[in-house]
Design a protein around this ligand. Structure first.
Ligand code: ADP
Ligand code: MG
Length: 346
């Protein structure tokens, strides 16, 4: 059968385009939190407060003390493909965001309010986007920085809403996202409050490796550094640092594996595979080690631009990275005298 298209070709509406983009980037409330927290970090914030209710489905509010958005740029901030983080080279991306897609996507599937005040302005300004319809900007009272508020996520895409898990599960995914990003930015104070959880705060730590270790303790508990071995290895321009938990300090899932490529949190199958390989001889297959890895390499040797959610990476030389991770973890475990005898089974 040949289908004949009898409809005239038309350009999709802006709202539909944004909703399609949202389908890729915004999977669940935790994705919104990730995007908004990344924006706050890119704005140079040193304090980020996260408030959620209803597992983030009812309310997500992110308050930062970053640079703010000038009043005359607020409507651009919520427009598609508008970014202040433009570079001419997609391989040389310093900021966490760069697509100019998150805010318009979020605004097309929720009730978004963006309030912001730059340092030299007399007042703040607010713009609202309701299921794709823009309203404002108008003046509003606030301190310097930005408050992004998302209510009724997925109200305009009910099919998506049906896929949401319980409030508890969504709240826990939000918490995982915040902790994952917090490890990479120990100089930022993070707080999580709201009806979803008991308040949780991570104070800003000092700089350098000590600060890093302190933040890791805030996220993973004080027991982790006591049960982990430091890693520091370098091969062909790729630097690997971090901590490998001893096999006995294992977990039931891989949520306790943290990897960062050039400071960017990633969830990458190749890296997870390398970690699994490194522990293969000392841990049963149903258990998972606790690991924090920082990979630093020439931005030309890695593509972080693979997916809009930016969690995957593509290395120019995957074998090198795998070899480095497996080698460094095995060496660390070997040095600490941990052998196959400690299978870590509980
Ligand atoms: P991207 O982060 O890819 O640039 P977004 O849609 O997330 O795209 O944000 C669009 C723009 O809005 C950003 O480039 C930035 O200029 C501005 N912006 C968003 N959030 C903040 C914030 N919390 N503080 C300052 N500027 C922000
Ligand atoms: Mg962004």
């Amino acid at each position: 059968i040949h289908y004949i298209c009898v409809m005239a070709i038309k350009h999709l509406t802006e709202t539909i385009i944004n909703q399609i983009a949202a389908g890729e980037v915004i999977e669940r409330p935790a994705s919104v939190v990730k995007e908004l927290v990344e924006n706050a970090i890119d704005a140079g914030a040193t304090r980020i407060d996260i408030v959620t209710a209803g597992g983030g489905k009812n309310l997500i509010r992110i308050i930062d003390n970053g640079s703010g958005i000038p009043a005359d740029e607020l409507s651009l901030a919520v427009s598609r493909h508008c970014t202040s983080k433009l570079t001419d080279n997609v391989h040389d991306i310093r900021a966490l965001g760069f697509r100019g897609e998150a805010l318009p996507s979020i605004g097309s599937i929720s009730r978004l309010s963006l309030k912001s005040r730059v340092a030299d302005a007399d007042s703040g300004f607010e713009i609202a986007v309701n299921g794709g319809r823009m309203d404002g900007p108008r003046p509003t009272g606030m301190n310097g920085g930005t408050i992004a508020e998302v209510r009724d996520l997925f109200f305009s895409t009910p099919a998506r809403l049906k896929f949401m898990k319980t409030d508890r599960a969504e709240a826990s995914a939000i918490s995982d996202v915040v902790k994952r990003v917090a490890i990479a930015f120990p100089h930022i104070r993070f707080s999580m409050t709201g009806s979803d959880r008991t308040p949780f705060e991570m104070a800003a730590t000092g700089v350098g490796s000590e600060g890093m270790l302190e933040r890791i303790s805030q996220v993973l508990g004080k027991e982790f550094p006591e049960n982990a071995i430091g890693i520091d290895a370098m091969r062909d321009g790729v630097r690997l640092s971090g901590f490998a938990g001893i096999p006995a300090f294992n977990r039931a899932n891989s949520l306790h594996q943290f990897a960062y490529v050039n400071g960017r949190p990633v969830r990458d199958k190749q890296i997870w595979g390398a970690i699994r390989g490194a522990y293969a001889d000392v841990m049963s297959r149903d258990r998972h080690p606790v690991v924090v890895l920082f990979l630093n390499l020439d931005p030309e040797l890695v593509d972080v631009n693979v997916h809009p959610a930016k969690a995957d990476v593509r290395f120019r030389d995957p074998g090198l990275v795998r070899g480095l991770i497996v080698g460094a973890i095995r060496e660390a475990l070997g040095q600490s005298g941990i052998r196959a005898a400690t299978t870590g089974a509980e």
